[in-house]
Design a protein around this ligand. Sequence first.
Ligand code: NAP
Length: 336
Amino acid sequence: MPSRRKVILGVVGLAAVGVGAAAMLRRKPPPVRPAGVPLSAFDAESTAEEVTAGVDLTGKTALVTGVTSGIGLETMRVLALRGAHVIGTGRTLEKATAACAGVVGRTRPLALELTDFPSVVACASAVQALGVPLDILVCNAGIMALPNLEQVYGLEKQFVTNHLGHFLLVNHLLAQVQSAPQGRVVVVSSSALKWADETAIEWDNLSGERDYSANRAYGQSKLANSLFSLQLARRMAGTATTSNSMNPGAVLTQLQRHAPAWAVSLGNVVGPAFMKSPAEGASTACYLAANPAVEKVSGRYFIDCNPVVIGGNSENPELAEKLWQVSADLVREYLV
Ligand SMILES: NC(=O)c1ccc[n+]([C@@H]2O[C@H](COP(=O)([O-])OP(=O)(O)OC[C@H]3O[C@@H](n4cnc5c(N)ncnc54)[C@H](OP(=O)(O)O)[C@@H]3O)[C@@H](O)[C@H]2O)c1
């Protein structure tokens, strides 16, 4: 049993970490805004319900990947609350069904295992079989910072799960999104894309075998998310279909599940002091998916329901184009 003194010191220490982190977050320089993109009055504390208040999604169909927990679950819940028919995907039909059962509104569970390309194709086929336009497609599912190198199809697993699986899914469903009056693709990226600042996309190390860093590989996959969204927006230019990527902020979810147990426990204790709740963490995805203010906005990166220019690799059009080509090559046999 720890002594009372140790417990008090521990609690004080954890509180100090939380307060320090909150102070660091507050000291950030003001964001750079892109010209010509409307700003919203929402901020880091806005919830998904608040940013979609008054929006009627009745008659619209949405698909959200990774609805079994965290941001995806809240995004599905709020889009369904606003009247959308939400297709919620989980790695198994059982998990997706359980998640959908906990949500009020019209939902439909589907299995989608992003590391299994036939599963991605089967999911897309099931959506196509519905025979309705797909108004909203939120690419949310993801994994973070696997401590050791794991591979699928000979490729590093975070790149496959977070980027390549979604690349394949979107390509299969793009015609259906384009058949909607104003289809929207929302790709959940992360500030962690900066972790790939120096290396960008390691074309010669997509297997991760040359060298592997858990954080850099996660950063690369999140950079890929934003580059994919950018290139999709460029390809959709001149049409009503939009594509935007976003950083949800630091959100208290299950994403840290691969971190050491002590870090998970620490996060659970101090996290609520400075991290967003899922209700706040899902706000930017829901804003981009549903708010009329952004119906003509495409190819942008959002934080806290507002566009930001973050510069660097994520806005590099050559990199975005090359990523599209390389990704298409990697999944070529599943694209037809
Ligand atoms: N939380 C944050 O602070 C934060 C910050 C920046 C960006 N993000 C991004 O936000 C997104 C959602 O994360 P979260 O924080 O809500 O984490 P989460 O609670 O762990 O949810 C992740 C979801 O992705 C699903 N998933 C994982 N691997 C999958 C696979 N191979 N195939 C299909 N689905 C898979 C999970 O399903 P299972 O439960 O079945 O594994 C779960 O539904 C991720 O893209 C993440 O990178 C989060």
